[in-house]
Design a protein. Structure first.
Length: 281
């Protein structure tokens, strides 16, 4: 007597939304970080090192207002956070390029999911990754004397501006990650661009002391608007301006919002087109 083998039932494919698919990919990226905790070094050890290095090693040589080192420590925190959230572009560019090279993006796109789910999931996980650094730097800043002086509501707005800026930088990272052909190329390009851009601003030293051309570039640098907006919202003591500030620095909060919208509006279509061209076969 022969027995009929049990029939394998095909699992039911349930229709899911873009949000559900994106969150699933975000979870996949976070699990990747959990299994490789060294990926958190750039948002854990590095921010603490930067805060302590600039506050105690360079802080004594950079005069802010009356020259009190404690004033520089408070003044410094917005600059460090602005630089860290700008590096969200670095994180997403490296991660996206690695996934494309390893064929992970092709495998994900072969599934019945929305084409944008890969990018949305990568964006959410990268923003969460950068937010860890913001939290750790805030705790480190509190330990060295940094304080918020203008209330919780304005402080929350400052953090929202940082996250919005991180969102705009993510599209820059997607464009770079979809264009470059290797992680090494991404590292070279991002180091050659992001570090000068974040240092040629009012992040770590007042722009007033820079040569004229560098000062003009620093004042029109979008990161300067972000950093000054965060300092104003936190109530950080600011040195008196020795000359009339450039227009973006006269209204830093509004300027930061405008810069965020413009960068996102320009970079997002370019990034989506580059990603589609790179992954379509």
């Amino acid at each position: 007597m022969t027995t009929t083998p049990a029939r394998l039932e095909r699992p039911e494919i349930r229709r899911t939304t873009l949000l559900t698919q994106s969150l699933a990919i975000t979870r996949r990226n976070l699990i990747h970080i959990k299994r490789m905790p060294e990926m958190l070094l750039d948002v854990t050890i590095q921010p603490v090192m930067f805060v302590l290095l600039f506050a105690f090693v360079f802080g004594g040589s950079i005069a802010i207002s009356g020259g009190d080192p404690r004033e520089y420590r408070e003044w410094l925190m917005a600059g460090i956070m602005g630089q860290t959230i700008a590096f969200a572009s670095f994180i997403v560019a490296v991660g996206l390029t690695a996934d494309i090279d390893k064929g992970i993006v092709d495998r994900l796109r072969s599934l019945p999911i929305h084409p944008a789910a890969v990018l949305v999931g990568r964006s959410i996980s990268s923003l969460l990754h950068s937010s860890i650094g913001i939290v750790i730097m805030s705790l480190t800043g509190l330990a060295i004397g940094w304080r918020i002086h203008d209330g919780i509501a304005r402080a929350a707005l400052a953090y929202l501006l940082l996250l919005a800026w991180g969102f705009a930088m993510i599209w820059v990272g997607i464009l770079v990650g979809a264009t470059m052909r290797s992680v090494e190329a991404v590292n070279g390009l991002m180091f050659a661009t992001m570090f000068p851009v974040t240092f040629l601003a009012n992040t770590f030293a007042p722009a007033e002391n820079m040569p004229t051309l560098l000062r003009i570039f620093a004042e029109w640098n979008p990161i300067s608007s972000l950093v000054l907006a965060v300092r104003e919202l936190w109530g950080t003591p600011l040195p008196p301006a020795e000359h009339e500030l450039a227009l973006p620095l006269q209204h830093p909060v509004i300027s930061t919002i405008v810069w965020t919208v413009v960068i996102t509006g320009v970079m997002a279509p370019l990034a989506l087109r580059a990603f589609k061209r790179r992954t379509d076969v």
